[in-house]
Design a protein. Sequence first.
Length: 175
Amino acid sequence: MEEKLRKIKAFAFDVDGVLTDGGLLADLNGEFYRVFDAKDGMALRMASMQGYGLCIITGGRSQSITRRFIASGIKEEDIYLGSRDKMEQFTDYCTRHSLAPEEVMYFGDDLPDIPVMAACGCGACPCDAVDEVLAMADLITNKPGGKGCVREAVSSVMKLQGKWNLNTEDYKKKF
């Protein structure tokens, strides 16, 4: 496992069930609302500041997803909304950024995530992912989706690679 984690140069994530607990609130107009963990957001910012690539691949379609993750250091062109075949977006992301699939950790929790988890360098999931994902994941966090699981996985990679440190001056400039 350590060998796989040392190769990681980028992180790609599903949203619902990973960066949220999977719960959705809907208003009368059909707009969905999600709750995100601030610690997960900080891990994304830390990864961004250390030069890791970041990508979102989600079936969700709300522009609030885009706004949330731009604020966390993810480039708008690396946020894929409305995905129905996540391998297409994963391949596009890797190609555009000259990344080999084994250089990317993909974090998912449900059936649409399985093909990408099988193709990437390290397939990660929260401890409350569906059974099929748990069975094939390389890394299963101790924390459930939306409750710091992304922070747990990202920080473990960055710590292993000696990059888990916060430069407050850089942080102030970028965020």
